[in-house]
Design a protein around this ligand. Structure first.
Ligand code: HEM
Ligand code: HEM
Length: 163
């Protein structure tokens, strides 16, 4: 049985964390934030592409994923949180994009005007709620990983560690 996630999955996992933190801490009001706003939008858009790559890798490596010795409930909770994280990685940027293009129709990202796509709905509040929910979920997931490592002293955190 595999003890660790395949290297490309580990790489994408930690790169995702970096992008989520970048998006979160650069989030305010991109059209008025200059380069910080561009970094916000770029990190959010990159996250969606990484997500697609990640889903592909998860399917490709489905027979090689580590299986931990968890109770039935631990397994259900961990899996549900992971699936919600996948959903948040998709919906937060999409709602962000809709918010942006409802507010402005010529946002330039590093010199290139983003394709305009708007439902003409003001979704700023929804985007903020999703972003906060996303960070709370990621925090819960990280605390659970640390609990496994420090208290239960099992292999869960090591299975995702780069070394
Ligand atoms: C997972 C990725 C993302 C996270 C975690 C995130 C997070 C945030 C946060 C925390 C705010 C500040 C909300 C507030 O306090 O008012 C914000 C605002 C905003 N973000 Fe994002 N964001 C992400 C992706 C995106 C993307 C991809 C876009 C656009 C293409 C975007 C566009 C916006 C806009 C337009 C606002 C201003 C909303 C308003 O106040 O009306 N975001 N974002
Ligand atoms: C300090 C922060 C984090 C720590 C310590 C951490 C730790 C871990 C560990 C130990 C695993 C393996 C768990 C298992 O096999 O059941 C894992 C898997 C996973 N983590 Fe995290 N994580 C962190 C942040 C994040 C963030 C920010 C996201 C999403 C944006 C995320 C999404 C996932 C997903 C979806 C999996 C399942 C494996 C996969 O499909 O790639 N993690 N994480």
């Amino acid at each position: 049985m595999a003890q660790k996630y395949p290297k490309p999955m580990i790489f994408l996992h930690w790169l995702t964390l970096l992008l989520v933190l970048t998006a979160y801490f650069s989030g305010d009001y991109p059209p008025a934030d200059g380069i910080v706003g561009e970094i916000h939008v770029a990190s959010g858009i990159c996250l969606v592409f990484l997500l697609l790559l990640r889903i592909g890798l998860r399917v490709y490596y489905r027979e090689q994923l580590p299986k931990h010795l968890l109770t039935r409930w631990q397994h259900i909770v961990a899996h549900s949180v992971q699936m919600l994280l996948y959903l948040a990685m998709l919906l937060t940027p999409i709602i962000g994009y809709l918010t942006l293009t409802a507010d402005v129709d010529d946002f330039r990202l590093f010199g290139i005007t983003l394709p305009y796509f708007s439902l003409n709905l003001s979704l700023g509040k929804a985007h903020e709620i999703f972003a906060n929910g996303f960070i709370a979920l990621a925090g819960l997931h990280a605390v659970a990983a640390l609990f496994h490592h420090l208290v239960l002293k099992d292999n869960v955190l090591k299975s995702m560690s780069p070394h």
